[in-house]
Design a protein around this ligand. Sequence first.
Ligand code: SF4
Length: 398
Amino acid sequence: MPSPRSRLPGCRQNSKNSNHTAMTIGVYIHIPFCRSKCLYCHFISLPINTDMVERYQRALIREIEIFSSLHANDKVDSIYLGGSTPSLLPAPHIKEIITACRANFSVAPDCEISIEANPDTLAQDKVEKYLECGINRISLGVQTFSDSELQLVGRRHTRDSVIRSLHCLHKCGFVNINVDLMLGLPLQTAASWSDNVKRLIDMAASHISVYMLDLDESTPLGQMVGSGRVRLPDEDLVADLYLETSDRLASCGYEHYEISNFARPGFACRHNLKYWTRLPVYGLGLGSFSFDGHMRQANHSSLDDYLRLVEQGKLPISSTEELGQRQALQETLFLGLRLTRGINWKRLTKKFGARAVRGYEKDLKRFCDEGLTEWNDGIVRLTKSGMLLANEVLQVFV
Ligand code: SF4
């Protein structure tokens, strides 16, 4: 039986000698370790442990080698080290991962290479080593500059450490800096939020991501809110702050290019755009996902299974799903509508056929009547109100 991965287009044994059509791909590398668990976190994150870090690192390098032997002809134009907290790894480990990518993939000279970092894990020598190994984009998990808000949700860093790390990144020469902010945190006020946005504008962040707190009731913070011990800010206030932020950042030269993302010209995230436009991205590491344009695959999310399979020289795939035309159309709609450039309906119709797309026109026209979408010159997109209610709108296409 061929492995599921070997059924992917351009993914054959001995493909170094094959003539499959080369693709341009993004590579996502998952680092699952955190120092402690934030109180709202519902992601897979493991406590950092030196022995386990070493074993995981070896497995990751092995997975890169196995995977790349099946994708030798593909060109990589984005590498994204995400997690949990990749910046917790010592800089030589990060360098080894990037070096393994360069040694095993055909990495484009202008490849976007991003790493996610927490402010309390950065120091000048680490940042300099990131630059030396070719990392050219850093995504800083700030969430807020308010110490009381940070403390209440169990984040370890402080406003001072955020300011220090941003200064350090600028001083070392990092230009492409994303900052994640979180809207809707307990204790957040219009004034504390406004201070977050002002600081980032003043510090010339090239990219800002604004995520709404998505609270799972099983998390410690979810339980604190459920029992009434902690209150979240009023929903109308959160909605107003989101809309104000979009206007304020636009007036300072940021393009609101995706529901949660704002970038100065030329700084939109190449890697994340691949997800929203359904371009191939391969995920390596624990619990990561891959998409080759036709098929989605998931890696094992159990650390034992992941390590066992890779150490046996196998790809750690837990599931594979081949997408039909209907699913491809649904994905194109719910991912494409996240982008403010919207969806070109004529092109969509040409690709999927008039009959298939007609099934969604009624819903989209209803959303237009409700002011949640707009349809101009053949382009359909969410309005600002539609972005606020994106979950309700986009679930029609799932
Ligand atoms: S840093 Fe991120 S992944 Fe780690 S515990 Fe906090 S929210 Fe979860």
